[in-house]
Design a protein around this ligand. Structure first.
Ligand SMILES: Cc1cc2nc3c(=O)[nH]c(=O)nc-3n(C[C@H](O)[C@H](O)[C@H](O)COP(=O)(O)OP(=O)(O)OC[C@H]3O[C@@H](n4cnc5c(N)ncnc54)[C@H](O)[C@@H]3O)c2cc1C
Length: 646
């Protein structure tokens, strides 16, 4: 039978309505991106294998999202539009995002809200019943939909209910407490994965017609971050090692409003949502002597009167004020603290103050908007930001929050094309783990928008372009040598880590890596610092390889072993961030090279030489990866210097 005819027959079998659709897709991750994609693919008739490391999809890191999700509904009648959301996002990303992707994102933003409302997500509403909005950084319109300070949790419950329907319908098979350790490539295409059952410790093989990773960002490379403790980049790094390009790794977001580091024993930082900047005003004292007194603890913020306060964001950026994008706000806080105006004992904090809004609106309204965030702040610091503390010249002063920038989100990620396919055919990446839409800086409330756009409205359609011709191919067997070899390698790695039998715990090494990252690859980078950082990372990686101690065995639950695997990959990731930062001799968005700044301390881009997506190809452990450039093309938007001043 001629080849073509065989294909035709096979296709006939598939389109015959009596035959069930036999296409399998693996979706790794059940955060907002993964859960929405798995549910949608299941609903469309694919057989989905969905894995996550937690004991329930509902515990994915996405539940941490507090402030909201953007959409261009223009319910406030304030001039918003799809074009404006598109424009703000491209500008917010410092003109380093792909224009076409961002336009698509803005286009589907409204569908996301409709979808989630239909699922029963309890978005905040106005008195009259309309969905309420608030503002986030980098926008002069009010387009952020929210559910108190628990937007991520409510959206994830919505996605989870859709996912559960598909589990019940038999279209999604859910594997909780499973970690993807490797992607299996057969004849140049992603055909499956090797996953570890985290409870039994056993390695298992899964094969499918396509693999989608939705495994989140790599912020925890820095050890201290606002990310959930379990966030890791193992799946993404493993795909990178297998040939998937990693794009723009140096674009790391540092969020301006986090509770400051308070000690050496800390393992996690807490975000105070950007939504607080709608009503909270950021300031430090005007006078150095006041700052010194605050640092010494002999004065409190509420003892400093209005005229002695420097609302530096409002001063520097009158048009956007406290709602400038995160990179701008973070650098401005650092600049003030570097000049000695920090307000806590370490000198690394600024105030976020609600006195003016409480005086204007009353505490009840402020609590309705941010109640759970105020309570969270009180639980951690023992200070309640709604407590009246002082009255000077008839003006009431409430206790302010103290905040400082911290690692929060990663704009870089696995490179994908417009269809969200990586450079390995059959391997797709969605949500925070891809690089697609945020350029060099993500605007607040845009990560949930992107994750759900990818999961509900983009991937389920684009993946079909790939799967269309896959319908004629049988699903490959997990007995193929490629699966056996991948499994053997993962197993050997587990043995290697267990058999180092050194003296240092995973956390002690990870913390040291975090210090190196923050110091040399953090908020302010220099060529020299990056080279030093790379050298220190190499040395520490050697220490990891020779002096790590992992207790227990491969069998059964071994959290330390799992953390060791994650740390191995954070090393690869940290170096990649540094290589990319070193290669980009400009400042843009979250990537700030101190050599490239304006006289006013703003980021100085170099569009002539760096107007591209930096894609990195793995070249083996210890070797410098190779940089491949994807030129950016802008047709609709004029590339210009970002301006938030007027
Ligand atoms: C404190 C905080 C507040 C935020 N608030 C907002 C906000 O208000 N608005 C906004 O737009 N964005 C916000 N963000 C960002 C946003 O929450 C994330 O970018 C987004 O939720 C990421 O979703 P995701 O589905 O891509 O990944 P995640 O939610 O991180 O999910 C990753 C999934 O992958 C699984 N996984 C990971 N590795 C493996 C592996 N190897 N094998 C198997 N499974 C694996 C995990 O189990 C999990 O299910 C916030 C972030 C933080 C940290």
């Amino acid at each position: 039978m001629p080849e073509k005819w065989k294909e035709y027959k096979a296709h006939q079998r598939l389109v015959n309505p009596k035959n069930k659709l036999k296409l399998d897709v693996i979706v790794v991750g059940t955060g907002l991106a993964g859960a929405s994609a798995a549910a949608s693919l299941g609903e469309m008739g694919f057989n989905v294998i969905n894995l996550c490391i937690q004991d329930s999809p509902r515990r994915a890191h996405s539940i941490a999202a507090q402030g909201g999700i953007n959409a261009a509904k223009c319910y406030q009648n304030d001039g918003d539009s799809i074009y404006r959301l598109f424009y703000d996002t491209v500008k917010g990303g410092d003109y380093r995002a792909r224009e076409a992707n961002v336009y698509r994102l803005a286009e589907v933003s409204n569908n996301i809200i409709d979808q989630c409302v239909a699922q029963g997500v309890p978005f905040a509403r106005e008195y009259g019943g309309m969905l309420a909005n608030r503002s986030f950084g980098g926008a002069q319109v009010s387009r952020t939909f929210y559910a108190k300070g628990q937007t991520g949790q409510q959206l994830l419950l919505g996605a989870y209910s859709s996912l559960s329907c598909q589990v019940k319908a038999g279209k999604v098979k859910l594997y909780t407490r499973y970690e993807m350790e490797d992607v299996v490539i057969v004849d140049g295409r992603a055909r499956g994965i090797i996953a570890k059952n985290l409870v039994s410790g056993k390695l298992e093989r899964f094969s499918a017609n396509a693999v989608v990773i939705a495994t989140g960002g790599y912020g925890n490379t820095y050890f201290l971050s606002t990310n959930a403790m379990g966030c890791n980049c193992t799946a993404a790094v493993q795909c990178y090692r297998k040939g998937a390009y990693f794009a723009n790794p140096s674009y790391v977001q540092i969020h301006p409003t986090c509770i400051p580091v308070h000690g050496d024993k800390q393992s996690k930082l807490t975000l105070m949502s950007e939504s607080l900047r709608n009503d909270g005003r950021i300031w430090v004292p005007k006078k150095l002597e006041d700052a010194k007194a605050l640092q010494a603890g002999t004065k409190q913020g509420w003892e400093i009167p209005e005229e002695d306060r420097d609302y530096y964001l409002e001063r520097r950026y009158p048009a956007f004020g406290n709602l400038v994008p995160r990179d701008v706000a973070s650098r401005a806080a650092k600049e003030r603290c570097d000049k000695g105006f920090g307000v806590n004992n370490t000198g690394l904090a600024v105030f976020l103050d609600f006195s003016e809004s409480i005086n204007r609106l009353g505490l009840d309204i402020i609590m309705q908007r941010y109640g759970n965030l105020f309570e969270m702040y009180e639980e951690i610091t023992d200070v309640f930001p709604g407590d009246l503390a002082n009255e000077i010249n008839g003006v009431k002063y409430y206790k302010p929050m103290m905040i400082y920038p911290a690692i929060h989100y990663t704009m870089g990620g696995i490179w994908v094309d417009y269809e969200l396919q990586t450079s390995i055919p059959g391997l797709f990446a969605i949500g925070e783990c891809n690089f697609s839409d945020h350029g060099a800086n993500r605007l607040g409330a845009s990560a949930l928008m992107q994750g759900l756009a990818d999961g509900y409205f983009v991937l389920p359609y684009t993946i079909q372009n790939y799967l269309a011709d896959q319908a004629v191919w049988p699903k490959v067997s997990t007995d193929l040598p490629e699966f056996a070899e991948a499994e053997k390698k993962v197993d050997a790695e587990l043995d290697r880590l267990l058999n180092i039998k050194g003296k240092r715990s995973v956390d002690s090494i990870h913390k040291e890596l975090g210090h190196i990252m923050w110091e040399y690859v953090g908020m302010g980078r220099t060529a020299e610092g990056l080279k030093t950082g790379l050298k220190k990372m190499h040395e520490l990686e050697k220490e990891f390889d020779e002096n790590l101690f992992v207790p227990g065995t491969k069998e059964g639950l071994n959290i330390e072993l799992d953390k060791a695997i994650h740390l191995r990959d954070f090393f690869t990731m940290g170096q990649l961030v540094a290589f990319d930062a070193l290669s980009r001799n400009e400042s843009c968005g979250g990537h700030f090279r101190e050599e490239y700044q304006t006289e006013e301390g703003e980021a100085k881009r170099d569009d002539e030489n760096y107007f591209y997506v930096g894609c990195w190809e793995y070249k083996g452990k210890g070797n410098e990866p190779e940089l491949i450039k994807e030129p950016l093309e802008y047709e609709a938007i004029k590339v210009q210097t970002r301006n938030y001043k007027n």
